[in-house]
Design a protein. Structure first.
Length: 653
């Protein structure tokens, strides 16, 4: 019980933050569940805690391994980790075992050892092999002679921390030391076990070594575990040297990786070269087939040419015969024509000429009539199209402007008629008032004349006797006042008439001003409509200009592309033409050289023929065998040159 608590304290499992996530991990599914269930029965199968299927031990082991595989998806599940988790479950509950396993993985280098690459395990094997080579050289030589590598016996020691190799009470003590000392104690224990078993191991071969590490080594370590641990603590362990070995191992691995990359590159290049060789062989086979087919086709063509030449000669003979027959027939026809011309009368020729002239005139009239009808039809179609366009096209700006001005003139005419009617009514009223005024003024003037005479008569005696008659004076004053009143009334009436006249003039001026305002408003409306139409036309013209500019840009782009294409084609054509000229010159040069060689060989052949004739006639030279050999060589050379000439002729064709 205390050991489990001590383990948790040594690795700080109590402060592990993933402890609270354990129950959440159990509710999730892991991709490693099938592998975990398969390996659970192999973990401590003889132990009472793990012996029963679906028992408390196996279920706890399954839960912890599943939770860790979900927690660390990169590592997932490794078979050796089940033994370590089983030992933890024997000392503590599931959640504590999960927390301790997480700490061991993260803080004690076990996570790098359980990764799929197992780079840390390889480093440990390399370091252990160097320690064995230094501390136990005789045993190391024996292992090398038996081809028994370090990973064959020590990989399980590092992966399971001796929990799968040693008895459980010894494994507990190993984990005690591991949690306090780290990976160093595994190296010390490995060397100590090899020291204890050294004498037995030196006597065994490959098969014996395998069996010894599986069966006899755990028994021998179980005899005195205290001695094993004390011996392990006495083993020489140099931390600096281990770091140096780590650096050397990393350099070795990088070199191996570079060599593998280079090897992979060489393999790919080799494969590509093989493919290229196969392609070249295939092409050479195809060229050989084509050469054979070409030779066969040329032989067939030669036969066809011979047949064609023979047929051509027959056709030429036939052509000569036909030309002779044609000449004879033409002579007979000419003779018949001469005879017919002498027989025919002049009248018939005249009738024929007149008929021909009449026929020409009729045809000319018919052609003129047809042209005129065609022209009239075209004019009719043009007029119909113009009429149709005029019907479809809305009125232009001049017509619209005239229509608007016509509407405005009609409105002004209506307003003027109304104003004229009002003015006529006013004038008639003023005339009526003027007539009344004239009649009233005439009446007042007639009544005022006797009054004035009487007043004059009264006034003259008043000057004589003004003091004697006071009543007459009073009457004269009253008459004078009445005349003044009438004068004032006339003045007021005149002023009233003048005021009414001025009012009529003002009303007429107002009407005129209103009419002018109406004219100005109509002109303003017309100008606004014109401005609106001009703005619409301007927008349409802008849109048309934009479309035209876009089309122009597109056409310019197309022209540029076509120019580029034309330049490329021109350059390619010039290059091809230059190459063809070069090839033609080379071939002509080769043909000239071959012709020269053929001429020289023909001269030699003639010489040899003459020599052969001399030999046959009896005057043989001394070295006849040499001449025969020379003739054979020359014939072979001529055959080779003829074949080469045929090839060149086929290439030129």
């Amino acid at each position: 019980h205390f050991r489990g608590i001590v383990w948790q304290l040594l690795c700080n499992a109590q402060t592990c933050p993933v402890r609270d996530n354990y129950s959440d991990y159990l509710r999730k599914s892991s991709p490693c569940e099938k592998v975990i269930k398969r390996d659970i029965a192999r973990t401590y199968p003889k132990h009472e805690f793990f012996k029963d299927n679906d028992g408390r031990g196996q279920s706890g082991l399954y839960n912890v391994m599943k939770a860790y595989s979900i927690h660390d998806s990169e590592v997932g599940y490794c078979q050796g980790s089940a033994f370590l988790v089983g030992v933890l479950l024997l000392q503590m509950p599931e959640e504590d075992a999960f927390a301790v396993s997480v700490r061991l993985m993260e803080d004690y280098r076990l996570r790098d050892m359980y990764k799929p690459t197992m780079a840390e395990l390889g480093l440990c094997m390399y370091q252990l092999e160097c320690m064995v080579q230094e501390l136990l050289p005789e045993l190391n030589r024996h292992f090398q002679s038996q081809n028994y590598h370090t990973s064959m016996y020590a990989s399980s020691w590092f992966l399971t921390l001796f929990t799968s190799c040693l008895p459980l009470h010894v494994a507990y003590r190993v984990i005690d030391l591991f949690l306090s000392e780290g990976m160093e104690i595994i190296f010390r224990l490995s060397i100590a076990i090899l020291m204890i078993c050294k004498e037995d191991l030196l006597k065994l071969d490959m098969e014996g070594l395998l069996k010894y590490f599986q069966k006899e080594m755990p028994v021998k370590c179980e005899i005195d575990p205290d001695y094993l641990i004390s011996l392990a603590m006495q083993v020489k362990y140099d931390q600096k040297k281990m770091k140096k070995l780590s650096k050397d191992y990393n350099a070795l691995k990088t070199k191996e990786q570079e060599e593998m990359v280079e090897l992979r590159r060489l393999r790919t290049e080799n494969r590509l070269l093989r493919q290229r060789i196969e392609n070249l062989e295939h092409e050479s086979a195809e060229l050989a087939d084509k050469l054979i087919q070409g030779q066969v086709s040329r032989a067939q063509e030669a036969e066809d040419n011979f047949v064609i030449k023979r047929e051509l000669s027959a056709l030429k003979r036939r052509e000569l015969e036909l030309t002779q027959e044609l000449e004879t027939s033409s002579l007979t026809i000419q003779q018949l024509k001469d005879v017919n011309f002498s027989v025919v009368n002049k009248e018939t020729y005249q009738i024929i000429d007149s008929l021909q002239e009449e026929l020409v005139a009729v045809k000319l009239r018919e052609a003129e009539n047809s042209d005129e009808m065609k022209h009239l039809r075209e004019r009719l179609n043009e007029f119909e199209e113009v009429n149709k366009r005029l019907r479809e096209v809305p009125p232009d700006h001049a017509v619209a402007q005239l229509q608007e001005e016509l509407i405005a003139v009609k409105l002004r005419e209506a307003e003027a008629n109304l104003s004229m009617k009002e003015l006529r009514q006013k004038i008639s009223e003023l005339q009526q008032m003027w007539k009344e005024h004239l009649s009233s003024s005439h009446a007042s003037s007639d009544s005022s004349q006797p009054n004035s005479l009487e007043a004059a008569q009264i006034s003259t005696p008043s000057t004589i006797s003004s003091v004697t008659s006071s009543p007459l004076k009073m009457l004269g004053n009253s008459l004078k006042r009445s005349s003044d009143y009438s004068n004032e009334i006339n003045k007021l009436k005149q002023e009233l008439m003048s005021a009414k006249l001025r009012e009529a003039e003002a009303v007429s001026e107002v009407k005129e001003l209103r009419q002018k305002v109406m004219e100005l408003e109509t002109q303003n409306q017309v100008s606004l409509n014109q401005i609106r139409r001009q703005a619409d036309e301007l927008n349409k013209m802008k849109e048309a200009q934009e479309t035209v500019s876009d089309k122009e840009k597109e056409l310019n782009n197309l022209i540029q592309e076509e120019k580029r294409k034309f330049i490329d084609l021109d350059s390619r054509f010039k290059e091809q033409q230059m190459m063809n000229r070069i090839k033609y010159l080379e071939q002509t040069q080769i043909i000239a050289e071959l012709k020269q060689k053929l001429s020289s060989y023909e001269v030699k052949k003639e010489e040899l023929v003459t020599v052969k004739k001399l030999i046959e006639s009896g005057s043989e030279p001394q070295d006849t065998t040499e001449l025969h050999d020379r003739m054979a060589e020359l014939q072979a050379e001529m055959f080779r040159l003829e074949v080469q000439n045929r090839k060149l002729s086929s290439m030129t064709n």
